[in-house]
Design a protein around this ligand. Structure first.
Ligand SMILES: Cc1ncc(COP(=O)(O)O)c(C=O)c1O
Length: 415
């Protein structure tokens, strides 16, 4: 990155900057020499360096071409219930579903994969298929709300112990597993909604040394920014409803990873019945082809909006993985980008309460990971590390200047 730090680099990089391995275009001069045009910005590739392509081609090229039905540029939608190979649409037997699942397997480097009806569906199916009464799960103290509900309100009723541990300090995981081993350890590398950036390589190492099976929810970072399976995780979950599909028009979830574990989940899907549907798989397949471009833009815009908000007098603190004041590892090379999610701690109750009424371009609504920027007011939950006067923001694909202008005018209207 020459003399630019990572934040400056991200901001200068245009959406259409090519990926790693690409060269800066040159222009032929009258004298027949070539010159590098000064206006071409540096190229940003935020791909996790652990990715390995099965063809040697770049990640971005692989997800466009890999897994499509032979002879098709766009695998058609196969909805015929009785078509050959459509007996079990949750696995690789339906061509439309298979096109998406093969792409995700290639991205993740996984041995096997299963699809479900949504992210939460595949998370529940994973745990219901693999857990038995008497098992113990260690999870970060904060996860996606409905994962918290599954772990807190349901699993204990089925005889499963779930311990919530503050994994921001990996030493806490080592301590917990030393006292009592666990069957599974679960976390989100970039935590919903607290924006904590967990030290995933260190946590995987500790969990594996203690003999636990590691299940990571990589919905927020996607395989473009983080490669958990190649770092040693056993199973990786994606809600493809979010960044993978990227357009907010389809729902799905996938679990990829070790063959024996995925096989057990897939077998149980015969009685769960919740499967990834061809129409959703088709839409996600089209969306996922632009994942690197979109993630670069989400990262760039979120960085710019986060820095603007951090300097605003109404703001106590911004939580974004790319801000060194929030994340000490913000500029390390191990994770090159943090996607589109950020959190704002406000100084005054009024801004927290009323912001959603005053935004014009931004939508005041739940959900995330698509082209539309959203704000979501959160209540304080001390045990999960969710602070008072906190707003979660999903930065979409609008131009960051417009988002900054919208935040500015909306904050100004709050008493
Ligand atoms: C980290 C994370 N995991 C899982 C899910 C659930 O995904 P879905 O809406 O597809 O059920 C979400 C939803 O926001 C999420 O943020």
């Amino acid at each position: 990155m020459d003399n630019l730090n990572k934040r400056e680099f991200l901001k200068m990089t245009s959406l259409l900057g090519a990926g790693a391995g690409a060269t800066v275009p040159t222009i032929a001069t009258a004298a027949g020499e070539t010159a590098t045009p000064a206006a071409v910005p540096p190229l940003a590739d935020l791909l996790d360096a652990n990715f390995e392509s099965s063809t040697g081609r770049h990640f971005g090229s692989q997800i466009i071409h890999h897994g499509e039905q032979a002879g098709f540029q766009v695998t058609p939608i196969s909805q015929d219930k009785a078509a050959p190979g459509y007996q079990r649409p949750g696995n690789l037997s339906n061509p439309t579903v298979a096109a998406l699942l093969r792409k995700v397997m290639e991205m993740d480097g996984a041995e096997a994969i299963a699809g479900g009806p949504c992210g939460m569906g595949i998370i529940s199916q994973t745990y219901m298929a693999l857990l038995k009464p008497g098992d113990r799960v260690v999870a970060h103290r904060c996860n996606y709300d409905w994962v918290m509900s599954l772990f807190r309100d349901y699993l204990p009723g089925w005889g499963i112990e779930v311990e919530f541990v503050d994994l921001t300090d990996p030493g806490n995981l080592a301590k917990s597993l030393k006292i009592r081993p666990a069957k599974f350890v679960h976390w989100e590398p970039y935590v919903n909604p607290t924006m904590e950036v967990l030290d995933t390589p260190a946590l995987i190492k500790i969990a594996k040394q203690a003999g636990a099976t590691v299940i990571l929810d990589n919905t927020w970072l996607t395989p473009y920014l983080l490669q958990p399976f190649r770092l040693g995780a056993d199973l990786v979950i994606h809600s493809v409803t979010k960044y993978m599909g990227g357009h907010g028009n389809a729902m799905g979830g996938v679990v990829s990873g070790k063959k024996d574990l995925v096989g057990r989940i897939e077998k149980a899907q015969n009685w769960f019945g919740g499967l990834l549907r061809p129409m959703d798989a088709f839409l996600v397949t089209q969306g996922v082809k632009t994942l690197p471009l979109r993630m670069r833009q989400h990262c760039r815009s979120a960085q710019m909006v986060a820095e603007f908000l951090q300097s605003h007098p109404a703001v106590a603190r911004v939580r974004y993985g790319g801000l060194p004041v929030w994340n000490r590892q913000a500029e390390s090379e191990s994770l090159k980008g943090f996607g589109g999610m950020l959190g704002i701690e406000w100084k005054k109750d009024a801004v927290h309460r009323d912001l959603g009424r005053h935004v014009k371009l931004i939508i005041n609504q739940t959900s995330l990971g698509d082209p539309v920027t959203r704000v979501l007011q959160r209540k304080e939950e001390k045990d999960r590390g969710i602070p008072a006067r906190y707003t979660r923001v999903s930065i979409g694909l609008e131009e960051p200047e417009d988002l900054i202008a919208d935040f500015k005018q909306a904050i100004a209207k709050c008493p």
